[in-house]
Design a protein around this ligand. Structure first.
Ligand code: ZN
Length: 252
């Protein structure tokens, strides 16, 4: 780290749990964020501000006026532009030290697989079950930790799957894929603006902890937030040995 970096990250370096060594690990890290909507906005901003060396962000949507109530990485002037490109612009302004790779098309399974294999950790900030199941399966296949988040109405959830460990449960152990697409999306439903900020920032916090190997990540624990009462609940869960994803041949 040069003098400017030491100054920029000084309030991290002052923390004994992080110190110079932890910050150096962040600078060496590469994170994939799928989705730069409500969750991806704060997650990407905190990861960039915190000094993660490289961020790959993927979103094929365009910024719309209805997004701006909660997707704080985008601004009014970005309406009509691709979200990954809009996010990259904001992140480069926030911290020019960070390398930002913006992927503005919908990734095929093969490309998503390749992208995941290149990073240290994945943040699922998407808004649909199909993407969530694909990311889960490919993170498991590539043995990459996954920080999953979701938010709708006044309710949010966060969970970490550390696929570097063989006995790790997966997203499908928790929410089995029964083939029915019953996802509630912000596009069709309401969502409380700061709720996505709380959940996205929590995803960023978990990712930083996993990257530095500090504290205890939310592995095997699903955190549920009711923003109306501001109460968090945590539910412990284990691997489901009947899970279709965990039993796929190439994953063994
Ligand atoms: Zn599973």
């Amino acid at each position: 780290m040069d003098d400017k970096q030491l100054l920029r990250y000084s309030r991290h370096i002052l923390l004994p749990q992080i110190s110079y060594e932890g910050q150096e690990k962040l600078i060496q890290s590469h994170v994939l964020i799928v989705g730069t909507g409500g969750l991806g906005s704060p997650a990407a901003m905190y990861l960039a501000a915190a000094g993660v060396g490289k961020l790959t962000i993927n979103d094929f949507d365009e910024v719309e006026l209805t997004n701006l109530q909660r997707q704080i990485i985008h601004e009014t002037g970005s309406i009509g532009f691709n979200k990954a490109i809009s996010a990259r612009k904001a992140l480069e302004k926030l911290n020019p030290e960070v390398k930002i790779e913006a992927i503005e098309n919908r990734l095929s399974i093969t490309d998503l697989d390749k992208t995941i294999s290149d990073v240290d950790i994945v943040l699922d900030c998407s808004d649909n079950f199909e993407t969530r199941y694909n990311i889960n399966r490919l993170c498991k296949k590539n043995k990459k930790p996954l920080v999953s988040g979701a938010a709708i109405s006044f309710e949010g959830q966060v969970c970490v799957f550390d696929f570097r460990k063989l006995d790790s449960p997966c997203y499908a152990c928790l929410f089995p894929d029964d083939g029915s697409e019953n996802s509630m999306r912000c596009a069709d439903n309401g969502v409380f603006s700061p709720l996505v900020g709380i959940i996205g920032a929590t995803q960023a916090a978990e990712a930083l902890k996993v990257l530095m190997g500090i504290g205890e990540a939310l592995t095997g624990k699903l955190m549920l937030l009711d923003a109306l009462t501001m109460e968090w609940r945590s539910i412990k869960f284990a691997k489901d040995y009947g899970c279709k994803v965990c039993n796929r041949p190439y994953d063994k």
